[in-house]
Design a protein around this ligand. Sequence first.
Ligand SMILES: [Zn+2]
Length: 294
Amino acid sequence: MKNTKNRFLALVLATAVFAQLNSQQGLPFKMEELTSPKFPKAVSLSGGVCVLPLGIIEKHGPHLPIGTDLFEAREISFTAAKQEYAVVFPPYFVGQIFEAKHQPGTIAYSTELMWKMLEETCGELSRNGLKKIILVNGHGGNTSFLQYFCQAQLASQHDYVVVLFRPESDPATEKEIKSLKKATLDSHAGEEETSMMYYLYPALVDQEALKNESGLDQDRLSKLPFGYTGIWWYAKFPNHFASDINTPNKRLGELLVNSDAGQLAQLIAFLKKDNTIQQLQEEFIKKTQNPIQK
Ligand SMILES: [Zn+2]
């Protein structure tokens, strides 16, 4: 009798687990692929977590597509959402890229528009129940903008939270990554980015153009003491390419993509369960409304 009961319980449990897996697999994580009637189910399954991958449309050396950052940020987000369900926002490429306006194919929106676009996108996600928004930045030129956007969340009351994903080097893959890397200067459109694109979309890497331009630091403002200026990047890398080696390595690309995706999945899982940011934000805003009250 006991055995039969146990078997029955095991069967119920297995059915529930299977149903959960099935519903997760049957529900797209790409927001644009969800039907409107299934949208609330996705919000519930995601715990209100939405991943917003931010790319840009800009030159990536002579050899990579101008949408490189968009491809990379989205693929990392897809890989993470497969591990830990979250809704992934459709292609988004409004960001800070004034420094590449001299290069063909750059789409550089105004400061006002990029701010408004992100603010209203977050507001619209929240209105639809996605109240925990993770910004996954694929573009170096967005870094200061996105950090400031996060800081500005404290200026007024919000019924949602915004978290900027910050990947770190992964001790599990660090050694192998180091052993594969050959470049001594590796930044924009360099060895790492070229390898990631080669792993994700090999046909989009223009192998014939790899060596067409120099990505070396031209260091034309080295005499400027103790100062920051917006032209610093152009002074160093006018070709909008910063690397001494850009030869692709598929394994390196795979390791980099999967390392970031694994960390992003951890962040999604954490935010699903934890409401500390929301609670602290509410407590803080309440105090800002009357700071002299004890
Ligand atoms: Zn890039």
